[in-house]
Ligand binder design. Structure first.
Ligand SMILES: [Zn+2]
Length: 506
């Protein structure tokens, strides 16, 4: 049934005015040739027969929960009977580091609703992102592969504004689910690297992203108070099982001091809001090793935590409304530096603040409790396929005692900056097993840490267990890097203004 009780006042708050704005602003059209390439792939997969696409674009443009629900109701049923296939939801908390949530031991009250939900979930305490930024990590979730094998991982050194899209040749998890009869619906607050230009929307009947209303304060992403009501409107289909993928972007910069979520918003507004510019100035000084007022770090933490409280309120309410979904997975694509290692934000280096992420699973086969086994964002792929009762392809990797996170270069503003030297102009890989961690880089530099004794990775240690002997050479040799395949012969062209507003280019 469609959860009609959720189609209330929130859904009607947007209407024809928004439709007009969206039509005027335009929704990035697909580049020439891409639509043709897609339809060939759909033909190959028999997808065209599954879905009547016609009613969907209206819902995308209208940005209206009720309209979305109506359009979804018109999706052609693929199965005569849905059988026993369960409904599955995946919720990505973009940029949320594990250690700032209550269930992972944070002392401040940032996640009361998520913590309550987690009481009934399996909480993976040693979860790692495949890469410390959005694009590789999401591509790993959808392919079940580490970043070097799916190649949606690298900012092109020739023009680092441009990331490499996920090759259409992959048979993604949503594509497999759709072929099995699932209605596949994605709603993404991240308007930068989840833009359709990066082709992470493969296999989705509906992909709501850059065509959604932006945060009302002009922030270049869609906030949780817009994403959550749309997600509620999706509901659960009687005629087809539902796969619902959601991305919540609120913890990403620019941090906002949300009124009602911090004690002293005026103080934060003064320090954080006027600057995105001010923020960048101080952040740059920090990365250049210049002394900065420690109060800035405290302010960033306060603002970041206020975003987590806001997120918790909306995601918490949504989780309560998703009770009919048999499986719900909640995880982050990467974390965030808050001054550690002279860094802020993410997509830089592979220290714990950006790669240790929350990962929770609820549903049959996931008994509630803490699980100390290592797990990674790419493990979501086989977990979802198993939940759906579908075969798991042999090439999908399953993390056992070792987690690996890889960063292939970083952002244009960092790469080209002589003040940073070569710090960001190298590939870095983190290998974590138990409490031990090795960081190896393309420049030959290695760092070793004992995370039990030194969780801040401040004091390199000399010894590591035998597992780490020659590990970097062995692991990379077993996984030759897949070459980056640009879309239609040219790198993806995301809307620059989105990347700029989120701090990826200057
Ligand atoms: Zn992200």
């Amino acid at each position: 049934m469609i959860l009609r009780q959720w189609l209330g006042s929130g859904a009607r708050a947007v209407g024809l005015g928004i439709l007009g704005v969206m039509l005027a602003a335009g929704c990035s059209p697909e580049p020439p040739g891409k639509a043709e390439k897609r339809s060939k792939k759909q033909e190959k997969n028999g997808e065209a027969a599954l879905v009547d696409w016609a009613p969907v674009p209206r819902a995308l443009l209208a940005n209206d929960a009720a309209e979305l629900a109506r359009a979804l109701g018109q999706l052609s049923p693929a199965l005569a009977s849905r059988g026993t296939a369960p409904d599955i939801a995946v919720i990505v908390l973009d940029t949320v580091r594990a250690d700032h949530l209550g269930m992972y031991g944070y002392g401040r009250d940032t996640s009361p609703r998520l913590d309550a939900w987690a009481e009934g979930a399996r909480v993976y305490t040693r979860a790692y992102a495949d890469g410390p930024w959005t694009l590789p990590s999401h591509a790993s979730m959808f392919t079940g592969l580490p970043a070097r094998l799916h190649a949606a991982r690298s900012l092109d050194l020739g023009d680092p504004r441009k990331g490499a899209p996920l090759d259409l040749a992959f048979e993604t998890v949503p594509e497999r689910l759709r072929a099995a009869g699932y209605a596949t619906i994605g709603i993404a607050g991240n308007r930068a690297f989840l833009d359709p230009a990066y082709q992470l929307d493969q296999g989705f009947d509906v992909w709501l992203c850059n065509n959604l209303e932006q945060d009302t304060r002009g922030v270049a992403y869609t906030a949780a108070d817009r994403v959550a009501p749309l997600a509620r409107a999706v509901g659960v289909r009687e005629e087809r099982p539902t796969f619902l993928f959601l991305n919540f972007m609120d913890a990403h910069t620019p941090y906002k001091a949300r009124r009602g979520y911090v004690k002293d918003p005026a103080k934060l507004v003064k320090k954080v809001i006027p600057g995105n510019k001010g923020f960048r100035k101080v952040a740059t000084a920090l990365m250049r090793g210049k002394p900065i007022d420690p109060g800035y770090i405290a302010t960033w933490v306060e603002a970041y935590d206020s975003e987590l409280r806001f997120l918790d309120e909306h995601v918490g309410a949504l989780l309560a409304a998703l009770g009919e979904f048999e499986y719900v997975f909640v995880l982050a694509d990467h974390g965030e530096y808050l001054g550690e290692h002279a860094l802020v934000e993410h997509a830089k280096d592979v220290y714990e603040p950006v790669i240790h992420v929350p990962f929770l699973a609820k549903g049959p086969g996931y008994p509630p409790g803490r699980d100390e086994r290592m797990i990674q964002t790419h493990d979501l792929a086989w977990m979802v396929l198993e939940a759906a009762g579908l075969p798991v392809p042999a090439e999908m990797e399953r993390t056992a005692e070792l987690a690996v996170s890889e960063l292939h270069y970083t952002l244009k503003k960092d790469l080209g900056n002589a003040d940073y030297g070569d710090r960001f102009n190298r590939v870095r890989r983190a290998y974590v097993s138990g409490a031990h961690k090795l960081i190896a880089g393309s420049d030959g530099h290695e760092e070793r840490y004992d995370l039990a004794l030194d969780p801040g990775e401040d004091r390199p240690s000399a010894s590591l267990p035998a597992l780490f002997d020659g590990l970097d050479a062995r692991w990379t040799a077993a996984r030759p890097e897949r070459p980056v395949v640009p879309a239609n012969g040219s790198p993806a062209e995301p809307p620059d203004e989105q990347l700029r507003a989120l701090g990826y280019v200057e």
